[in-house]
Design a protein around this ligand. Sequence first.
Ligand code: PHE
Length: 455
Amino acid sequence: MKERGSFNSRFTAIMAMAGSAIGLGNIWRFPYMVGQNGGAAFILVYLFSAVFLCIPIFLAESIIGKRTHLSTFGAMEKLAPGTRWKWMGFLTVFTPLIILSYYSVVGGWSIEYFLKSLSLSFSDPAVSMDEHSAVFGGFISSTWAPIVFHTLFLLVNAVVIIFGVRGGIERFTKLTTPVLFVLIVLIMLYSVNLPGAAAGIDYLIHPDFSKLTGSALLSAMGQAFFSLSLGVGCILTYASYLKRDENLLATGIFTATFDLLFAIIAGFAIMPAVFAAGIEPGAGPGLIFETLPFIFSTMGVDAPWLCNIVAILFFLTILFAALTSSISMLEVGVAYLVDQRKMSRTRATALLFACCWALGVLCSLSFGPLRDFHVFGMSIFDACDHLTSDFLMTFGSLLFVFFVGWKMKKADVRGEFTNDGSLRFNARVFNVVYFFIRYVAPAAIIVIFVSNLLM
Ligand code: PHE
């Protein structure tokens, strides 16, 4: 049998999982989702989903991965041989690829902004907010530049996957993730002290439940799943690299806490500045790219050098956070083609690169030449985003908890969760966790799904 790699310490395991989880979802997507869905009430549903749904789903996925030491397709076949569960494998190949297509468009925007920061173009306090917005609007609605950067971002992913410089990337992110964390905390402290920031803080802490429509509920849950990379087999695949005696509960709680904290801090870094700058909170996917230059240029009034250093470091670390997430999306598909379809790693990567590139080009053009082309009333970019995070990831998560709660033997689930009884604390909480996996998580997902259809 082929030797499979494994993470050699809990720290590396958590870092890899946190690397997949922490990405553009926390820094780019969370703040604009909050802005589009009414603020604090959205955050409450998000927090509720993260604690009561995401941790059980995370555990369900990692139980399957650690038990089988296989990626999705093989894992399902091993645990439920000859059944339709193996189709789950297909779902988990397609969903991350659709996500990767539009994710890499935003990854491309980050490259552009990183290059801009290198040319020290954020330190001029004379540039007004409207000018920053106009520059961003002009950039994303142009035809070629965003496509070039999208291609570049995707190419980096492909190269990393082909050459497997995973060790390198992992070693690097061990450094960049903490740096990003420190930077986002500093930016938050700066942002909440800007004149006019109070309205933004208020927006984040005083819930207005009238804004909580069915689709806001679904989006909050979807955002929680998106942020933790759930329902698409990434966590399952990473868990398959865990050592047999790893404590799943600890890994899950650490990863979820880091991820959650990151998103909330990003919210407090961006939203007060949004209000201080007079930007519309519901501005959509461009929100951080319009707000951050404003933050940097106000910093530039007193300390242009500081503003430049922070801007460069910030966009560089965002890029790395984005890469560790996007690589995990591509890896699921490549692993499937290599393991199940016996394709070479290079061919598999080239094939998936081509698919994601083509769909990504359409997503990119949907901010410009294709802006009037709508799918289900949405731009191509938004349609890909909603289809994946609100439906496919949610559906995938539902299937995972359903599988572990109803299809696997309870004794096997307990054995995996408690390492055959050796983890005393896990043994004590097992029944509660199992109850959440078996009843609460599937019921809540179905209720939120249905309420979205009805409201
Ligand atoms: N969790 C990642 C982020 O927050 C996105 C992601 C989604 C990664 C699905 C893998 C799979 O950016």
